[in-house]
Structure formats: C-alpha cells, structure tokens
Design a protein around this ligand. Sequence first.
Ligand code: MG
Length: 420
Amino acid sequence: MRRVLAAGSSDVGQVREGNEDALLIRNSVFAVADGMGGHLAGEVASAAALEPIEALDGRVFPDATEAATALTNAVVAANTTVSKLATDNPLYRGMGTTLTAALIEGRRAHVAHVGDSRAYLLRDGQFSQLTDDHTLVQHLVDEGQITREEAAHHPQRSIITRAIGVSPEVDVDAMTLELQPGDQLLMCSDGLTGVVEDRVIAELLDTTADPDEAVSRLVELANQAGGPDNITVVLLRYEDPNAEVAAPRTISISTVNRDDGRDWAGQLGHYGALTAGSSSANGNNASDDEPRQVGRILGRATAVVASVAVLAALLIGGGQFLLSRSYFVALDDDQVVIYQGVDASIGPVTLARVTERSELVLADIPSWYHPNLENGRTAADLNDARRIVRDIPVRSDEVEDPGVAGDPDTDTDEPDDGSA
Ligand code: MG
C-alpha cells in the first residue's frame, strides 16, 4: 500500500511584520499561496484563494481528466473570489496572491499554478522545477536577455506578470504527474527560493528522511539567509513503506535552460537536474551557453531597459495587470500618493498605479523635502510606504530648513535618494 506523507510550515521570516502566505494540507489537496497587498489584504487574498481548493478535498473523480479539470476550475474560482473581494472592498484594492496547488488522485498528482510560488519534483536524484515563474525576470530569462543567476538579483524581480485576483480572468498552468515511489513534490513561496539555492534545497530533501524535519530545516535555512520574506513550504512524499531506505547520496546539480514548446513531462530532468553520482558530474552544460553569453553581452544596464520594454509590451499586448510587490511614494500632480509598481514609464504607458492617496499636497511640505517626492521614495511594502507618508515633514512657519541636524532621513531601513 502506497501512501502520501505531507508536511508543511509557514513562517513570517525575519523582516516582515505579518505573514501574508498561506498553506493548505488536507487528505488529497495541498497548496501554497503568497498574498500581496499590504496591511491585511495580502492575508485575505491568500486565505480566500485556498478555499475553493480545500473544497475539493476527498472528492472522488471518474478519471484523470476530470480531476485535472476540477483543480483548474478551483483555481479559476479562487481568482473570481479574490478579484471580487478586491473590487468590493476599497481596503483590498490591488491585492492578489500566487497559488500553487496539488490534487492527489490515486497515483497521480495534478498541479495547477499561477504566480511565482513554485512546485518542484525530486525523483531519482533529479530535481526539477515543474512550474514556470510568472514574473518579468522569467520573461527575460526565456528571451535570453538575462541568466537565471542574474534574475535572482534583478532589481525588478518582484514584478509578477500573472496572479490570482488582479483581473476578472486568469490563465492557469496545469500539469499531471504519474507518481513513482520515492517521489518528493515540494511547493513553496519565494521566501524560500529567493534566498536558498535549488541545489541546497535538493540536497536537503535527498538526505533528510523525515518530511517534517526537511520542512523545518528548509524554513530554518531561509531564516538563516536573512528571512527577508514570508517562507512557506509544503512537502509531499509518495512512499512505499516496504521499500528499503536508500543510503544518502553524493549529489550535484546542473542548471540548464529548458527548451520552449515542450510539455512539462519532457522537461523533467532537463531543468535544474540533480545528478546522482560523483561531484564531477558536469557533462550536460552545453545547452545553456548561448543564453548566458547573450546575457553577458547585453549587460545589466541594458537588461533593465529591456525589462521596461518587456513590461510595456505585456501591458499593451496582453492587457494584463501587473502585480508588483514594489511600492513607492511620489507625487500625482501635487498630491502625495503611494504607487504600486515600478517608477518608470514608456511613452503613455505608466508602469505603476496609484494605490493610496494621502491628504498631503506639495504646499504643505517644506521645499527642502520636495526632491524626495519628485524622485520618489522606494518602500519595502505597503506598510512601509504608509510609514514614509506619515513621516513626511509638514511645513510650519517657524522651521523652513532644518539643515543637517534635522534631516528626517535617519531611518536606516533602505537606501534613500539624497536631498539637497
Ligand atoms: Mg513572497
């Protein structure tokens, strides 16, 4: 008798005030959601997105197609639910969430996915990312403009091109996997993958016998790496309890870019393959040469410009709303507002939208502070943006220029544009 063992954990991390991630572990359905929107909205979005998935728990399906369809429909229902909440309630405007969900049906795992949380499969020492990241930087990687390594540190890596709840309709990626004994299916938010390398994750899964221990070690690793974001991990192991326990292996990983147009099953082992054997397993790195060279030639500055062009193309071509974890405080005419998105535009296309307006206008603010608002001040999240707005000095008749001693930018939370 084979069985699926599940373990999971969600952790606030070291920096964030609240946890906007959510996870679901039931008998036959499992999911990770990473909510965005600041204040309580992100938490509302991720929790609401899990409800239609949870409703599938324990359902019996006549065949694989019906099971896969039910899972996809549940993700579409999650989008409708979150999108309606965001439309109906001004507090929730602009919120959204990623959603990566699995439905176990007999010996199959159906996976449905939107956003930049991930599902990975570890099978026979091969570690494969099953899902595509729906992010700007993944577009750039796919187009050969930057490498995966550059994407990991790209300034616009927080921009998501597809998410649950930001638009009335959503495209859902779906896949079905025939499980084999020993398979490990990992779902996680970017709080893990943003700071812990695939190779480290794979080695830990391969060498840790107890799923609960593997999950808590992964969370620990992300926290040790600074824990800049909420960390959520769900691990499924498909087991044959009678099978003998394999001895720990020496493993290495080689990451290659995958070909477009292949179905996901054909990509297994082709992408982020974890090769069992000696540490000199380096025979299959030829196929990634070309994109890397393109990335090097273009260089970082060009890549940033190119990314803005890709953003514009996405906005114009797809008409898709972008969901960004980025916020900044700047002016809309002479009013101080909080923007969500990137402080850039191409022609008529603005890559940010106003998410909150303050009551402050330029005339209320001493002139020495104006350059901060003209340049825009980057915030870590929506709450941070609100704090920046609260801390904006208000003009009084007595004090027009406090000079160096009264510089308000004594906060140390982020780099700030210097002001005259
Ligand atoms: Mg996250």
